[in-house]
Design a binder for this molecule. Structure first.
Ligand code: TRP
Ligand code: SF4
Length: 434
């Protein structure tokens, strides 16, 4: 199995996906978690521990994500913004990339068009969905040189054959497309530059189709590491790879002292520094000190960015929800009437005849309407359970059930349109020109 970020592949077995790619199950106990967290729509993560630690200790952390402005925003995109909004409520600073380089490279979308779509469609929706305009930054890949610098420089630690195998690129792949994953690495890491908030835990909420980019980013970060940590009988060992060992290890000791450690010994021949008063509980703290030190030593100290993965929404017509198939998605700018119609035409998990439905019950697991309830339309867990059970036992019938969903969607969209009208005044506040 291979994950291709640019295909319209849909995934069914998320547990298997986790096993196959070494994605960890997401089971953090987060305060006031919104429904998509409670309901395991966010099903996996890489490296979220650093972010969790920051949340628990009320320390700074960043959220960074990006969207291709290739068409209209639909409910699948809304899911990403819901997560961003939640992290914002926990104190994170919010950064959203308009992936205009990627959209141009992979889809041929002109940069000017991307800008127009972002300003008129995406950003007003972000604000209408509840992002706080005073604490949200939206920028363009093509306009931010720090992002492009990362792409040029950090590309040092990855080679062509890895790119060919990760992405299935071939000899005829255009070079802009070829470089676009490194631009995404730039999006993810540049927020840790001093001008953009400095080194701190960063969470990147994405659909699981983005996992190859996350693995690439995390691999590159780890290839730039100069220190590694491993428990030894002398104490927690900090090992250095690089020249000028003594100087580097002494620097590391200074940084570790600043983080409260005080009992050290050196073994220069082993390129090792032992921290005797560190325990297993201190691993994150040790690592933070060392990342800061690495930054002083060679400018490329980064916290490994965390990824969280949500399930991709099933289209209303089956398959993946996609902007390029208008009937598969309800767009945030659809009129309430159109949205209702789409809802009424959606693929359900209902049986062929009413009689059968009463007898066998429906199959909510296969139902695009039920998915809308779970992901977007029903906050109340009790009521959701009731929908599930009455579907299963045949009490609920699809016609009425779809109508209920249609009403919920249409009133949601009506309210959102209202909010979008007010949002226009804030677009300038949110969008950065560089
Ligand atoms: N590649 C993402 C997509 O296709 C968009 C994107 C660009 C992104 N930069 C990012 C996502 C950084 C997360 C983080 O939707
Ligand atoms: Fe889906 Fe509702 Fe039909 Fe059940 S009753 S299959 S949830 S539309």
């Amino acid at each position: 199995m291979k994950i291709d970020p640019w295909s319209s592949q849909q995934y069914k077995d998320y547990a298997r996906l986790r096993d196959e790619f070494g994605i960890e199950e997401f089971d953090f106990n987060l305060p006031n978690a919104p429904p998509i967290f409670r309901r395991k729509v966010i099903f996996g993560h890489r490296g979220f521990q650093y972010v969790y630690d920051a949340i628990v200790h009320r320390e700074n952390f960043a959220v960074l994500t990006g969207l291709m402005p290739s068409g209209k925003m639909h409910f699948g995109h809304k899911m990403t913004i819901e997560q961003v909004k939640y992290y914002q409520s926990l104190g994170a600073d919010v950064n959203i990339a308009v992936a205009d380089i990627e959209a141009y490279a992979a889809r041929g979308l002109p940069i000017k068009t991307a800008e127009k779509i972002a300003l008129e469609e995406y950003v007003p929706n972000y604000i209408a969905l509840g992002l706080d305009p005073e604490r949200t930054v939206v920028y363009f890949q093509s306009k931010r040189s720090a992002v492009k610098d990362v792409a040029w420089l950090l590309g040092k630690k990855v080679n062509l054959s890895e790119f060919l195998s990760i992405y299935g690129f071939g000899e005829s792949t255009n070079m802009a497309h070829m470089i676009s994953p490194l631009v995404q690495v730039g999006d993810i890491l540049h927020v840790q530059f001093d001008e953009y908030g400095g080194r701190r835990p960063t969470v990147v909420p994405v659909g699981v189709d983005q996992d190859p980019h996350m693995r690439l980013t995390r691999d590159i970060v780890s290839r730039f590491r100069l220190f590694s940590i491993s428990p030894q009988k002398e104490g927690t060992g900090v090992f250095y790879k690089g020249d000028d060992v003594e100087n580097a290890l002494k620097k590391a000791r200074d940084y570790l002292e600043n983080y409260g450690f005080s009992d050290f010994s050196f073994n220069i021949a082993y390129k090792a520094l032992y921290v005797k008063d560190a325990t297993n509980k201190d691993l994150i703290k040790l690592d933070k000190a060392l990342i800061d030190c690495e930054h002083e030593l060679h400018d490329f100290g980064f916290y490994p960015p965390a990824a969280t993965y949500h399930r991709l929404m099933t289209g209303l017509t089956g398959g993946k929800m996609s902007s390029s198939k208008p009937d598969s998605a309800i767009f945030l700018t659809d009129s309430p009437q159109d949205a209702k119609k789409k809802m009424m035409r959606a693929k359900t998990g209902g049986r062929v005849t009413l009689e059968e439905q009463r007898k066998l019950g429906g199959e909510p697991e296969k139902c695009a309407v039920y998915e809308m309830f779970v992901y977007h339309l029903v906050d109340n867990d009790e009521y959701l359970k009731e929908i599930y059970e009455t579907c299963k036992n045949g009490e609920r019938v699809c016609g009425k059930c779809k109508k209920e969903a249609a009403e919920l969607v249409s009133s949601f969209l009506e309210e959102l349109a209202e909010k979008r009208n007010h949002a226009k005044d804030y677009v300038k506040m949110v969008v950065r020109k560089d």
